[in-house]
Design a protein around this ligand. Sequence first.
Ligand SMILES: [Cu+2]
Length: 139
Amino acid sequence: MRGVDLGGFVERHCEVGVSMTKPHMRIGLLAVLLTLSCKQQPPGGAQSSGSDVLEISVTEKGFEPERVQAPAGRLVTLRFTRKVAQTCADAVEVHGDPVRHMLPLNAPVDVKVTAPASGQLAFACPMNMYRGAVVVVAQ
Ligand SMILES: [Cu+2]
């Protein structure tokens, strides 16, 4: 009876234990940079035709203005511009829209939405701390 050579076995299993810890912020920044490079329309791009553009800034207070108005059923463009580096609102989620829209610093991001028939359409940062809404108004 020969003893089993455990040397190789142990070595192989020790290699797996490499830690891949990365700071959360690093990942967030990477996501922002990726968004910048592929999906962004140039700032000051054509503000053309048809749909209303509603400008919303992200400041240290959150979304400003917090509430914008649109006629019932109207297709409107929410143009988010994040103006502060340190905020948890580095992205926005619109109710009913599965896409998380990243908000790079100082780069306007257009999100087209259709105003509901009545009431309001809410949007918020991913952690739902800063909130805002498109409020339906009579024409
Ligand atoms: Cu948040």
